[in-house]
Design a binder for this molecule. Sequence first.
Ligand code: HEC
Length: 153
Amino acid sequence: MKMIVYFVVGVAIVIQFIRPDFKNPAVDEKVALNTDPHVMSTLKTSCYDCHSSETQYPWYHNVAPMSWIMSDNIARGRKAFDFSNWANIDAKVKLERLKRAKQMVNNEMMPKHEYLLMHKNAVLNNEAKQTLEQFFDSQIKELGGRPTIIKGV
Ligand code: HEC
């Protein structure tokens, strides 16, 4: 029994040495999204930790294995939809992602559930959802797409 405890504690300590690199890339204001302040504040509160170069790190970001999960989410999130690289996203890709974003916000698939457990303020109420959906629609129209109509889920 004692051996098992030593082992678990030992592993918990050793894994702390495997540290992801959490440095945020520099933000170029010329390509970063800049829109209505209300939309910006909603996105910053609920999406930016994984979908921008402006990630804010909680105290546990350096504690493995949480750090690994976070680093993975941030890397994949930025790759999928990066508000800090907004002007550079290929129009066709952007249109797809915007449609998906609207759906995901509507279905409560984004922000990710595990994230919301630790970030209660990022939960989207109906008003915030509407703000984001209207913003996504306006961007879809700007790109020449047709806003999708989401039927009640
Ligand atoms: C905890 C991190 C996290 C937060 C917060 C988050 N996302 Fe994501 N998002 C991801 C990850 C990781 C992916 C990559 C695909 C996956 O794992 O689901 C993703 C993928 C996406 C995609 C692309 C999906 C596709 O299938 O093409 C969209 C759009 C998106 N997120 C929108 C949002 C919006 C809008 C918000 C805020 C309301 C948000 N996300 C908040 C982590 C996050």
